[in-house]
Design a protein around this ligand. Structure first.
Ligand code: ZN
Length: 355
């Protein structure tokens, strides 16, 4: 499949949004990257990660405390992904490039490849959101059908029942299967990945081995096979489910679109910014707790329009963008509560399984 193209328009909505956003930063004198609270949160999450790992692996807590700590570790790993890794990879965590690199590399420590993430997320998903055949986030085939353009199988009738199981498996699959598929196929979906230089190969294999040593070999040695397996499954199921559901709520709900490029020209209908607004949804914008934990991923509209701006500014940008959408008659999809978005996602899965 050829790479789709966005039409260039004379008076682009994107330019208008950029102008208004720049005005905001100029008038407030704020920097577009992260702030003190974000760095404090990053330290807290990282310290929590180290503490939980060391306590679980070397101090062997009792079974109930151990399970509780494994669940908490799942939350902490997802939190590091949302708040540190994701922002670092977008270059929005800090104004210093090296700090962003370290933040982005935290994914390697958690078992995922930062190289593959960069192509899958920053290049493909952010540009061609919800375009079937390109955006890897909606490719859970053949297990799930996430767009009307994907073939429908009998089992999809039940996907709104079994999705939670697949989402729970995401983290394990990501680390042990999907990264390696991408590595050996040299492709993400149908899109070829850029050439890896020797350093990329070393980072890929070095961190995969380090992860296996830290999260498989060492705990099996200190705890035994069964305790490790129970603990590892608990923590990775929690992390996998949280990561999957948060990313899916932003794009695969009833009110988002799945644009199809023109068969011959590969051209998409809308300019890039409007494409982003039609394919992306916010949820729970007023919840301080959710916003804190998911690192602004509940403000996906603002994130997709301005991925290089730190999520700490999204509540302010939301007002500006919502206002502009109202004026220009562009859709702005938002679910007031997280549970509304979850219901909409389940309804969407039901529709895709039956339509
Ligand atoms: Zn992103």
């Amino acid at each position: 499949m050829a790479t789709p193209k966005f039409p260039t328009v004379k008076q682009s909505f994107h330019a208008e949004l950029k102008r208004r956003t720049n005005d905001y930063f100029e008038s407030t004198g704020k920097s577009a990257t992260g702030n003190q609270q974000l760095y404090l949160k990053a330290i807290l999450l990282f310290a929590g990660f180290v503490f939980l790992y060391v306590h679980l692996v070397f101090f062997t807590p009792g079974i109930f405390l151990a399970l509780a700590e494994c669940i908490l570790l799942g939350f902490v790993v997802a939190g590091i992904g949302f708040n540190i890794m994701h922002d670092g990879a977008h270059g929005s965590f800090s104004k210093h490039k090296w700090v962003n690199s370290i933040a982005a590399y935290s994914l390697n420590l958690l078992g995922g490849s930062s190289f593959m993430w960069n192509v899958k997320h920053n290049v493909i998903h952010h540009a061609y959101t919800n375009v079937d055949g390109v955006d890897d986030d909606i490719n859970i085939q053949p297990w799930m059908r996430m767009s009307t353009t994907q073939p429908k199988l009998g089992m999809h009738r039940y996907q709104h029942f079994y999705f939670w199981f697949l989402y729970s498996m995401l983290y394990i699959l990501w680390i042990f299967v999907l990264d390696f598929q991408k590595y050996f196929r040299r492709k993400i979906g149908e899109m070829p990945i850029k050439k890896m230089d020797p350093f990329d190969h070393i980072v890929f294999w070095g961190f995969k081995l380090a992860y296996i040593a830290l999260f498989v070999a060492v705990p099996i040695y200190t705890l035994g096979l069964v305790s490790w397996l129970v603990g590892f499954l608990t923590f990775s199921v929690v992390a996998g489910f949280i990561i999957s559901i948060i990313f899916q709520l932003a794009h695969t709900v009833e009110h988002t679109a799945f644009p199809v490029p023109h068969k011959e020209t590969g051209r998409l209908e809308d300019e890039w910014a409007i494409h982003q607004l039609k394919t992306t949804a916010n949820f729970a914008p007023k919840s301080k707790l959710i916003s804190w934990f998911v690192g602004g991923l509940n403000f996906q509209i603002e994130h997709h329009l301005f991925p290089k701006i730190s999520h700490v500014h999204y509540p302010a940008l939301r007002k500006i963008i919502k206002q502009a959408c109202n004026e220009f008659n562009v859709p702005y999809v938002e679910y007031r509560k997280m549970r509304h978005a979850v219901v909409s996602h389940v309804n969407f899965l039901k529709q895709m399984g039956r339509a």
